[in-house]
Design a protein around this ligand. Structure first.
Ligand code: SF4
Ligand code: SF4
Length: 253
């Protein structure tokens, strides 16, 4: 048998419109099966907190195996996955076409989706994941200065902790009313694009919510590096949140 991960993995589409995807017993069976493969491998232990959480649950169980873990605790593992895809893309030797067919992030997403369907999300999670609305309203000139000042006030942070359940010591990103889009506009030139290989030689920058409102210097530097190297770069003319924060909640719709 060929070792897995030697070739590019086969990514199966998520069958989220099928009935089986939403079946609780089938999900628990699949979680148990994949957790057992991971238990025997443990290669991803350093990637995120999902794997140490799983391995602690197993090591502290009576049987020292996955069958000793209470299924009600599976959610503790799911909570720690933020769907970065690293385990699938860079570590796992058992991704399809390997017969073990392990796609850990897709499985975590399925578990998140079932939980979101049953329980919805807290006000905090709904608010923080509505990035377009939240960031565009708080990064208006002067509003950004006020919000940044409030976020640095321990009194306000304690109030935020009590009302919205955002930990008072959690670092909050700074807001910038001079967004990446505003900074980059005057920099853009009509540098002619030179086709290279199979490409048109043009680069389009997607600012992202964080890049646009919270850390605009990254994209600004990015544009300058491309221009310095005579590569045509533009910023995507219109954009919306990619939906990743909602996906992390399991809000597939
Ligand atoms: S996809 Fe989830 S489980 Fe995998 S490395 Fe990223 S956070 Fe961890
Ligand atoms: S996801 Fe793959 S590589 Fe990572 S611990 Fe599980 S089986 Fe091992």
């Amino acid at each position: 048998m060929r070792e897995g991960s030697v070739d590019a993995p086969t990514r199966h589409p998520i069958a989220w419109k099928s009935e089986a995807f939403w079946d609780k017993d089938s999900l628990n069976d699949e979680l148990e099966r994949v957790f057992d493969v991971c238990h025997g491998c443990r290669r991803c232990v350093s990637l995120c907190d999902a794997f140490p959480t799983l391995f602690d649950l197993i090591d502290e169980s009576e049987t020292l195996e996955v069958d000793g873990v209470d299924k009600a605790d599976y959610g503790k593992v799911v909570d720690q996955c933020y769907l970065c895809d690293l385990c699938y893309l860079t570590k796992c030797p058992y991704v399809p076409p390997h017969e073990f067919n392990v796609d850990f992030p897709h499985l975590m997403l399925r578990a998140k989706a079932q939980r979101f369907k049953d329980d919805g999300a807290s006000v905090r999670d709904k608010t923080l994941t509505s990035t377009d609305r939240l960031l565009s309203s708080t990064s208006i000139p002067l509003v950004d200065i006020t919000v940044n000042a409030l976020n640095n006030s321990s009194l306000f942070r304690k109030a935020l902790s009590a009302t919205l359940d955002i930990h008072h010591e959690a670092p909050l990103p700074k807001l910038h009313s001079k967004t990446l889009r505003k900074r980059v506009k005057p920099l853009l030139t009509n540098l002619p694009a030179q086709a290279v290989g199979e490409t048109t030689g043009k680069v389009a920058l997607y600012a992202t919510c964080y890049g646009n409102y919270n850390s605009p210097a990254i994209g600004e530097d990015f544009v300058k590096v491309f221009q310095h190297n005579d590569i045509h770069i533009d910023i995507v003319p219109k954009e919306k949140c990619c939906g990743m924060p909602k996906l992390e909640l399991g809000d597939l719709e």
